[in-house]
Design a protein around this ligand. Structure first.
Ligand SMILES: NC(=O)C1=CN([C@@H]2O[C@H](COP(=O)(O)OP(=O)(O)OC[C@H]3O[C@@H](n4cnc5c(N)ncnc54)[C@H](O)[C@@H]3O)[C@@H](O)[C@H]2O)[C@@H](O)CC1
Ligand SMILES: Nc1ncnc2c1ncn2[C@@H]1O[C@H](COP(=O)(O)OP(=O)(O)OP(=O)(O)O)[C@@H](O)[C@H]1O
Ligand SMILES: [Mg+2]
Length: 407
């Protein structure tokens, strides 16, 4: 039920270890593992699920999920806990029936790889911000899948990023008939499919644009990512797509939506069929998440509100009064990293929850929101009115260092 393997011409070569890894992630999300190793670290983490305060103890979440740097790890393993080799693996997991089998180590298993799907003729900054933020926080590899026209520009911003010019927009195929378009679309899916299983999380939307042909290709990618249980953070134009096709994410527990004020308004109108109600902001975000089948929603604003349909958390740490464009992009790249790390730390050792939310997506959102705000505050201290997104990105590392020293 939860472990579906995508069988499709372009997506048939699934590495078995990667599939198993995603099974583990889902199973952990459901509280299916038995593992005490991280319990101590998580002991102090309390996320209030109700009552007077919704404010998350974000620093404790950050400390709990940020992995220590380990000289024995190799590239692509950022975030993998050393004891993960020789795991007790829970397979065939349904809500009420869990079978346990022991499998050997996962030598080929890899963590710390993020892919951003975005970047078009108009926007090249947004995917860069998301991808470079992921690297600055600790991801080992950060890929960008964008249009052919955007690729060279994005590459020129940074040699650190791996950039794939796979997408086409309608204007560049205006003389191609329907059959030709189907062929192009299939090729794009096959190209992405070669990589997809390697990613720990996708970030879908920063600077993607709204071209119908491109968005149709991205819909197909999302369907396949979902079949392969790849987590996804949907932002910006990805939210435009999802608002018009809610089924793409509905009921998928590994999806996170990160709407800004406009994107949230459109989502509420479409899904709840009403205008936003700021008198009951937390109730509303909870209902919205529930209605979309428990996807995690991070509503950005003066305070960020996070819900997975079960609990609501807020992060209101002081950030910056500068509202320069691109801060949401930093956030989406950061959520991808923290979400990937959090999956290693969502454990229920004795049947009792260690934290109110065992959901890695919620923890990832709390951590990312807090860290972005701290970095924004630090950047503003130095740059005041001239603070730009690139200044905030430069402060990500030190902000994390203040909370989780590297040594
Ligand atoms: N440097 C870049 O390449 C950037 C590109 N971006 C991309 O730009 C595209 C559109 O994103 P937007 O965030 O503008 O989309 P929105 O749907 O939020 O905004 C659309 C319009 O609403 C306005 N608006 C935005 N925030 C508002 C607010 N709080 N109150 C009232 N009006 C508001 C904007 O100025 C814009 O005219 C996305 O692909 C996004 O990723 C942004 O991420 C910013 C940085
Ligand atoms: N009024 C505010 N006060 C303080 N922080 C805010 C405020 N609004 C947004 N933020 C912070 O900025 C981050 C980005 O939110 P924002 O609404 O700017 O996203 P966005 O519009 O998607 O950005 P982008 O320009 O990258 O698309 C949020 O996570 C939030 O923490
Ligand atoms: Mg945005």
């Amino acid at each position: 039920m939860f472990v579906k393997h995508g069988i499709n011409s372009g997506f048939s070569s699934l590495a078995s270890s990667a599939v198993l890894r995603r099974q583990h992630f889902l199973i952990r999300s459901l509280g299916g593992y038995t593992d005490n190793t991280h319990q101590t670290r998580m002991e102090g983490v309390k996320c209030f699920s109700g009552g007077a305060s919704l404010e998350a103890d974000a620093e404790k979440v950050l400390r709990a999920i940020t992995p220590s740097l380990d000289p024995t790890k190799y590239k692509g393993q950022a975030g993998k806990s050393p004891q993960a080799a020789g795991l007790v693996v829970v397979s065939s997991c349904f809500f009420l029936r869990i079978e346990v089998e022991v499998i050997g180590g996962f030598k080929n298993d890899e963590y710390g790889k993020i892919a951003v799907i975005g970047g078009c003729r108009e926007y090249t900054g947004a995917p860069y911000f998301a991808a470079i933020s992921a690297l600055k926080l600790g991801a080992d590899l950060s890929h960008v899948f964008c249009t052919e026209g955007a690729a060279m520009v994005i590459k020129s911003y940074s040699p650190e990023l791996i950039v794939h010019p796979i997408f086409k927009e309608s204007y560049s195929i205006s003389d191609v008939d329907d059959e030709g378009r189907r062929h192009i679309s299939k090729k794009i899916l096959a190209e992405f499919g070669k990589w997809m299983e390697r990613f720990d999380c996708l970030v879908i939307g920063p600077g993607l644009g709204r071209d119908p042909f491109l968005l149709e290709c991205v819909s197909q990618i999302m369907k396949h990512a979902r079949q392969s249980n790849v987590p996804m953070v949907v932002d910006a134009d990805g939210l435009f797509l999802v608002t018009n096709s809610v089924d793409l994410v509905s009921g998928y527990p590994l999806a996170v939506l990160t709407p800004n004020v406009n994107e949230y308004k459109r989502l509420v109108q479409k899904v709840l069929g009403c205008d936003i109600n700021d008198q009951d902001a937390s109730g509303e975000v909870l209902s919205l998440s529930k209605r979309i089948g428990g996807v995690t929603i991070l509503r950005k604003g003066k305070s960020d509100l996070i819900s997975d349909g079960e609990i609501v958390q807020s992060v209101g740490i002081y950030g910056s009064p500068r509202r320069c464009g691109g801060q949401g992009d930093i956030l989406s790249g950061s959520v991808a990293v923290f979400l990937s790390w959090a999956r290693e730390h969502i454990l229920a050792s004795d049947g009792k929850p260690i934290i109110s939310s065992k959901n890695p997506t919620v923890l990832g959102c709390i951590a990312a929101s807090a860290l972005l705000r701290k970095a924004a505050s630090r950047a503003f201290e130095h740059k005041k009115r001239s603070t730009l997104t690139t200044d905030i990105i430069e402060c990500l590392g030190q902000s994390l260092e203040d909370i989780c020293p590297a040594s």
